[in-house]
Design a protein around this ligand. Structure first.
Ligand SMILES: O=C[C@H](O)[C@@H](O)CC(=O)C(=O)O
Ligand SMILES: [Zn+2]
Length: 287
């Protein structure tokens, strides 16, 4: 597991391109036959990916957690950005199609990932945070029939924002949040840009009470997203490619403009789970 430390905005404003990328950008997450994990000291979020191919991958705590098993003191959210696969949690198998999600509660011991077709493997993207109690483990689907162990995202949690005129027309799909999928602190979802729109999270915001991680995907190889970070009056950018993630400290804006439409997964942890608890930044105040 790779460890990333926290950073101060007073230092970050002096960083070079290379240093910014070292601190905040997460590359090469999706590697066939491997589980990759990056542990950040910022709210102790773990960002990772499991890409099982010809055999299942078993999640282990590793040295760094000093735990008997990964979710002994943690919870986890997952969204599949690859082919069909299964996640087995203490003997129960959940099948995840493209863009299906999962919440796995604290205390679940045996977790393994498998792909249905090794040539089109599942790509399980995950965020994990420290937890204090156990909430139900569920499969999360955009639509379909509600059944035991399956949550269908409510219409009110598919929020259309922006306009084509402002190049920010998009749908924010909230997967894990209070009132739909309970968690200790993790809030997670996926935002899809409409064709022709390229801006996410603009007008932008910070939220001193929560940190956030973005994973950009559904981008052709030559496409990029300029991800913007930094204090609102000290903005910097990170050039991001398909299936790369970026850590956003609480003091930082997090927004992007792409060379074309794309999709991204956001995950937040911290002080509260109130989605609307944001400090909005006026476009005219950005520097
Ligand atoms: O705090 C919330 C997060 O930054 C995202 O949900 C924002 C987002 O998906 C968007 O505006 O496109
Ligand atoms: Zn945010």
């Amino acid at each position: 597991m790779e460890i990333r430390t926290a950073s101060s905005p007073r230092d970050v404003k002096h960083y070079t391109t290379e240093r910014l990328r070292e601190e905040f950008l997460i590359q090469n997450l999706f590697v066939g036959g491997e589980i990759k994990l990056v542990y950040s000291h910022i709210d102790r979020i773990i960002t990772g990916a499991a890409v099982p191919t010809d055999k299942p991958l078993v999640l282990t705590a590793g040295e760094e957690l000093r735990a008997d098993y990964f979710l002994q003191r943690r919870e986890m959210g997952i969204i599949n950005v690859g082919g069909k696969g299964t996640i087995t949690v203490d003997g129960r198998a959940y099948t995840l199609d493209y863009k299906d999600g999962m919440y796995i509660g604290m205390g679940q011991k045996d977790i393994s990932f498998a792909s249905e077709d090794a040539t089109n493997p599942a790509k399980f993207y995950l965020n994990s945070a420290p937890a204090h109690t156990t909430y139900p483990t569920v499969l999360i689907k955009m639509d379909g029939e509600k059944e035991e162990g399956v949550v269908i995202i409510k219409d009110e949690n598919k929020v259309e924002l922006g306009t084509l005129e402002e190049s920010n027309h998009r749908v924010i799909n909230k997967y894990i949040l209070p009132g739909q999928v309970e968690s200790c602190q993790l809030v997670m979802g996926m935002t899809a840009l409409k064709p022709g729109s390229v801006w996410n999270t603009m007008p932008c915001h910070t939220h001193d009470r929560r940190m956030e991680v973005y994973l950009y995907f559904e981008m052709p190889e030559d496409a990029f997203v300029m991800h913007y970070m930094g204090e609102p009056t000290q903005t910097r950018h990170i050039v991001m490619r398909n299936e790369e993630a970026v850590i956003s400290p609480s003091w930082s804006i997090h927004a992007g403009s792409g060379s074309r439409a794309y999709t991204f997964i956001w995950g937040m942890v911290g002080e509260n789970q109130v989605f609307t608890d944001m400090d909005a930044v006026d476009n005219k105040d950005l520097r």
